[in-house]
Design a protein around this ligand. Structure first.
Ligand SMILES: NC(=O)c1ccc[n+]([C@@H]2O[C@H](COP(=O)([O-])OP(=O)(O)OC[C@H]3O[C@@H](n4cnc5c(N)ncnc54)[C@H](O)[C@@H]3O)[C@@H](O)[C@H]2O)c1
Ligand SMILES: [Fe+2]
Length: 372
């Protein structure tokens, strides 16, 4: 039996923030991404709140949130005792807030009635996933906290905030969406429901991500990418991911390569790798390539797969995504010991086990060598 549910209530559209006007007499904690600090957008959010609410703002958020930051945040919360938490920011802000809400409820027995996520990047899908990716600053290892209890109670998808996203953030977080959907599409727990969500997300990314990367992006373009991000999140939350993410987490931990970019670099090589080792995956991706219009029905399976890879590489070029670590500015990794360490850690990463083929240590080292 396959049992699953989408518990997060989703409000989508330009007016979705109006949900915030419905709270009254609450102790509200807004945890916001530093880019929002002192911005008119934050003032706007505050203006939506009824005056009877007590509202506090916490902005000590950094990319790839360390566990120590979660602990500091919980200390701050103890003075506020929030009944509502609203996280407004990218995946890092939402993940840190997830940690704060989770441990606040579990360890400090705080009565948090609702935890609301307002994503400002179209990327992680964190607003609807049971994961919070936290980093151990000492070892530089990213640990996912996985529990349905970290799921936000509500997600507000508004295109208003993503508008300020710099082009590189739009590009990298957008590539994260594509990788979520393409990995979920062939992951071990994929089924017809998750495939439908992933397929729609992939379709939207190819159509709207190049538009969002340009300064001419419309609100509708932004909203479409925002929905793609959420669809992909819903898909991988059930289907799982794979070795692109297992490997990318190490590049993030070791070299601070932005999460979506690390995924983007590895993606084409893993698609080829998985297709070579699993004929069902090759069939599924070939079919997808045809459905997306990259190739015709008459083309061979090999031609369909090549067309899919070419479309991904074209997209990466159109978004100016560096394709290797050195082109991103990381000093060339020559140490075999470092590669072995990353491969070992990727084998232990929770995303690894959802990959449709059990890559071994040497496979992972070989794949890392392609993106040096
Ligand atoms: N929980 C999950 O399911 C999940 C899934 C994938 C990735 N992640 C994690 O999420 C993190 C990456 O999140 P991300 O890609 O959203 O990036 P991010 O949250 O790290 O943000 C990147 C940068 O962009 C800025 N920013 C965010 N939104 C902006 C906006 N609208 N305008 C201007 N600046 C803005 C942030 O301040 C930050 O400096 C990583 O730690 C990754 O491991 C979590
Ligand atoms: Fe991701």
């Amino acid at each position: 039996m396959n049992k699953w549910t989408f518990p997060t209530k989703i409000y989508a559209g330009k007016d979705s923030l109006n949900r915030l006007t419905e709270f009254n007499d609450e102790s509200i904690l807004i945890i916001c991404d530093p880019f929002l600090k002192n911005s008119p957008n934050l003032t706007y959010v505050m203006s939506l709140m009824e005056s009877k609410n007590k509202v506090a703002v916490y902005t000590d958020v950094v990319p790839d949130p360390p566990i120590t930051h979660v602990a500091k945040g919980i200390e701050f919360m103890e003075g506020i005792k929030p009944s509502i938490i609203i996280a407004i920011g990218g995946g890092s802000c939402i993940d840190m807030s997830k940690g704060m809400a989770y441990f606040g409820r579990k360890l400090k027995h705080m009565d948090i009635k609702s935890f609301i996520a307002v994503p400002t990047t179209s990327g992680t899908g964190s607003e609807v996933t049971s994961f919070a990716v936290l980093t151990d600053s000492e070892t530089q290892i990213k640990y996912p906290l996985i529990d349905d209890a970290v799921l936000p109670d509500e997600a507000l998808l508004t295109p208003l905030f993503v508008k300020t996203s710099p082009p590189s953030v739009t590009a990298y977080s957008g590539m994260d969406v594509l990788v979520h959907a393409l990995e979920a599409y062939v992951a071990k727990e994929a089924n017809n429901f998750t495939d439908a969500l992933a397929q729609k997300a992939i379709e939207l990314v190819f159509e709207y991500l190049p538009k969002c990367y340009k300064s001419t992006a419309t609100e509708q373009d932004r909203m479409s990418m925002h929905e793609a991000s959420c669809l992909a999140g819903l898909s991988f939350n059930k289907a799982g991911l794979g070795i692109v993410h297992a490997m990318a987490h190490q590049l993030g931990g070791q070299f601070h390569v932005p999460h979506g970019l690390a995924n983007s670099m590895i993606l084409p090589y893993v698609i080829v790798f998985n297709c070579v080792h699993n004929t069902d995956v090759a069939k599924k991706y070939a079919h997808l390539s045809e459905k997306l219009g990259f190739t015709s029905y008459e083309s061979s399976e090999q031609e369909k797969l090549s067309a899919l890879i070419e479309a991904i590489v074209r997209l990466q070029h159109s978004l100016d995504c560096p394709m290797t670590l050195t082109s991103f500015g990381v000093e060339r990794v020559t140490s075999e010991a470092k590669l072995n360490l990353m491969a070992d850690r990727a084998l232990k990463d929770m995303c690894y086990r959802f990959n449709p083929y059990p890559a071994n240590h040497d496979d992972l080292v070989g794949l890392y060598k392609k993106v040096l």
